[in-house]
Design a protein around this ligand. Structure first.
Ligand SMILES: Cc1ncc(COP(=O)(O)O)c(C=O)c1O
Length: 449
């Protein structure tokens, strides 16, 4: 027996979408128009659209119609991408974009109504538009203290912020101290720039200042890269005492400090920032990816005055300026309170996910921040992460081992789970599956109680 008519219609549209003949964002005909075009009953057209929606290929928007989805994108919150291979992705950290299509539409409308719109079509100052630097700087004052807008350079994302530091401050072969587990994006910049990494011991994502001191005694280190408030991947928040001691060591050895604050907003009550404690040597990197939307590609670097010219040169050499259209949109969202409510929503969402993670996996060894959409699961001694990762993949779950995060030759045996983008109603089942897989792999289960 052949396939039902509605499946054949869905397959036909599916092919056109997968081949790119129907581009992302294309508006599809109404069910009625589709039914007339293909001479089928209205119910058949509706079922075909339902099937395409189930496959994750199209999306219906209330009052607007049905549109082709962008299949090249990683899944976003609540919309698991099942079109490609039906895998649940716990590798890529997609916090789910808090700014949704409606916010984008109204933000764009507000921009469209603003005066001197043409200014956005021109090259901008390398460090960003002055009034926007002021808006961003003022929004940071509750956590960072007073920030001079002149010291804040707008970048095309946090990753770009780190890249201009690497380009503007360091020469090939210079040494950067960092945690033994760190943000992989920093490792890739360092590798491209030919920087030598100096792993420093610590505990649970908090660097040991005395080991940094030892490393600096043995060789010339130029800079230390840290995520003191909500470490990626371990979620830790460094206490003030350790911050002060690290700064003492940095001053004694004349180290520059990079303070990466991409996830800092998840901590509602952070200790004093390294920037506020050591403004003469700290480069504070921020981003609007995790608290607003990853696709914006907007961030900033706050730098000591002595270095801003070099960094402006690095922005000039890479992007010239961050797009004014984007900085205009984001600063609009700062001013109308969208950013603040989005940060609060992210924290609440992360907290709910963490609770579920801890209750299902039920293990005290889990390292995470209580509001984060990711967690670190050390495996028991003697266990290897690789078979767990492969077994998870057989069950349709992509998870990462410690390898991408490690800066040491000996890689700890652990799993990193990023679950901020998994639809909430699927999360418990996903954690249960992870637990079952770990329990089924010899030696790995010791972590579960
Ligand atoms: C610790 C850390 N820093 C910086 C970034 C870069 O963020 P973006 O370039 O999206 O602003 C990320 C992204 O995952 C991150 O986890």
């Amino acid at each position: 027996m052949g396939k039902p008519r509605y499946i054949r219609l869905a397959d036909m549209l599916s092919n056109a979408i997968q081949d790119g003949k129907l581009a992302p964002g294309t508006k599809l005909p109404t069910h009625r128009a589709f039914a007339e075009q293909f001479k089928v009953a209205l119910a058949t057209a509706t079922r075909a659209y339902g099937e395409l929606e189930r496959r994750g290929l199209i999306v219906g928007e209330a009052g607007r119609g049905t549109f082709v989805r962008d299949l090249a994108l990683p899944p976003a919150l609540g919309v698991r991408q099942i079109a490609n291979d039906d895998l649940i992705d716990l590798v890529f950290n997609m916090p789910g974009d808090a700014a949704d299509a409606d916010k984008l539409r109204s933000g764009l409308r507000r921009l469209a109504a603003s005066g001197d719109l043409e200014a956005m079509l021109r090259y901008q100052p390398h460090g960003g538009r002055r009034h926007e630097r002021r808006i961003i700087a003022e929004s940071l004052s509750p956590t960072l203290g007073q920030v001079d807008p002149e010291s804040l350079l707008v970048t095309s994302g946090g990753q770009h912020g780190l890249a201009i530091l690497a380009l503007g401050l360091f020469r090939r072969g210079e040494r950067i101290a960092l945690d033994t587990l760190t943000y992989p994006g920093f490792k890739s910049i360092a590798a491209l720039q030919g920087l030598e990494l100096v792993p420093v011991d610590g505990k649970g994502g908090v660097m040991d200042p005395e080991d940094l001191q030892r490393q600096c005694r043995e060789r010339k280190v130029r800079c230390v890269y840290l995520m003191p408030t909500v470490h990626n991947p371990l979620g830790s928040v460094m206490n003030e005492e350790t911050r002060l001691r690290l700064i003492e060591v940095a001053r004694e050895n004349d180290l520059l400090i990079i303070e990466d604050a991409a996830y800092a907003f998840l901590e509602p009550d952070p200790p004093a920032s390294l920037l506020s404690l050591a403004p003469e040597r700290t480069f504070h990197v921020g981003s609007f990816s995790k608290n607003l939307a990853t696709g914006l590609r907007l961030g900033y670097v706050i730098a000591p005055a002595l270095y801003t010219d070099r960094l402006l040169e690095a922005i000039r050499a890479t992007t010239w300026n961050a797009p004014a259209l984007i900085s205009g949109l984001a600063t609009g969202w700062i001013e109308d309170g969208t950013l603040a409510s989005s940060q609060m929503a992210r924290r609440r969402d992360g907290a709910e996910r963490q609770k579920l993670c801890h209750s299902v996996l039920n293990r005290s060894a889990i390292l995470s921040h209580r509001n984060a959409g990711f967690a670190w699961l050390p495996l028991e001694k003697g266990a290897r992460a690789e078979p767990v990762v492969s077994r998870l993949k057989e069950h349709g779950i992509l998870a990462s081992s410690a390898e991408p995060f490690a800066t040491t030759v000996a890689v700890p045996q652990a799993l990193r789970l990023a679950f901020g983008g998994i639809p909430m109603h699927e999360l418990e089942g996903v954690f249960q599956l992870v637990r079952e897989v770990i329990e089924g792999v010899p030696h790995a289960a010791g972590m579960l109680e």
